[in-house]
Design a protein around this ligand. Structure first.
Ligand SMILES: [Zn+2]
Length: 318
């Protein structure tokens, strides 16, 4: 067993969150817009973002909470940069060593003068200033509720750049059939990107299989509904699909009953490669270190199992 594993296991056994933070770990499911560090935002804006005190029943409720408590601080070009800075600051604070984040294709026109180079440069310079030691895996983001013709138009200039690592589809999971994104994902595959999409958070087990087979995904963001079907879990295992799971987000949005009964256990037991991630730490207060500790304290996994999951995040899914 290597040193990092020993330290990680010991940190869990002694309930030592600071030592957990110091162990290398990945965050592969992080929407940077809401991934920021509260203290960093307070220092920059004097705004105290409260902790979410109750469960939310829908994405609409989540957006209302964000509007009420975060308001306009992330608006405009400077606000967007602040959100990104705060996300890197949070990743440093949490001891993240691999961070998979990126910008939505629609945002290129809003914040970067329709210039992908400016977008990349913004990410790179904030990365360099705040978290130079973190391995940044730059993602191309797509919102499922936007019109497919628009998305196809917006993504076009991104194809010219080699620095992108992955592509992800998020937003309203039920907005339009996943098949519509097939063309984009074929192209992304040609470009060698890691193919990811949100599925099985609001949809059912079949929708996870459909997303994976239609888009030829390598990783699914959430995918927890697959736990409803042993057939689909076996299928995901056979196809070596990785699920990037965010336990607290799932509980706070009513997608899982509790941490204790979270389906991640069932998915792990079926042999599927799972990882543990933050989703939107500003809303869910879900640092990655904190997620590991919660799962340990609730008896969902033992320390060695959590170390296996930690290492899953540090190795590529393809
Ligand atoms: Zn997500």
């Amino acid at each position: 067993m290597d040193n990092a594993s020993k330290k990680f296991i010991n940190a869990l056994l002694t309930n030592d969150i600071e030592a957990l933070k110091r162990t290398p770990k990945a965050d592969l499911h992080n929407h940077f817009y809401l991934g920021g560090n509260r203290d960093y935002i307070y220092k920059k804006t004097s705004m105290n973002i409260p902790l979410l005190a109750h469960q939310l029943n829908s994405m609409d409720e989540m957006h209302n909470w964000v509007n009420k408590h975060i308001g306009s601080i992330f608006e405009g070009k400077l606000g967007r940069a602040l959100a990104l800075e705060a996300t890197f600051a949070q990743a440093v604070h949490d001891g993240i060593t691999i961070l998979d984040i990126g910008e939505d294709v629609w945002a290129n026109g809003y914040f970067y003068n329709n210039n992908v180079e400016e977008l990349i440069e913004t990410f790179n310079s904030i990365h360099e200033n705040i978290a130079p030691d973190i391995d940044l895996r730059l993602q191309i983001g797509l919102s499922r509720h936007c019109k497919i013709n628009d998305i196809e138009k917006w993504i076009e200039p991104f194809w010219d750049y080699e620095c992108f690592y992955s592509i992800d589809l998020y937003g309203d999971e039920l907005a339009q059939p996943i098949e519509k994104f097939k063309g984009i994902y074929r192209k992304a595959k040609e470009k060698g990107l890691i193919l990811k999409a949100h599925s099985g958070e609001w949809g059912d087990a079949d929708s996870v299989k459909r997303a994976v087979s239609e888009l030829e995904l390598n990783e699914v963001q959430h995918g927890i509904a697959a736990s409803q079907s042993s057939k689909i879990m076996n299928w995901l295992y056979d196809h070596k699909i990785q699920l990037n799971i965010c336990p607290t987000s799932n509980v706070m949005l009513g997608r899982a009953e509790s941490i204790k009964n979270h389906p991640i256990r069932k998915l792990f037991d079926s042999g599927i490669k799972v990882t543990i991630n933050s989703d939107d730490v500003l809303v869910f207060n879900s640092s990655v270190s904190g997620e590991y500790l919660k799962l340990f304290n609730e008896g969902v996994f033992n320390a060695e199992e959590l170390d296996t999951i930690r290492k899953n995040g540090l190795t590529s899914s393809i």
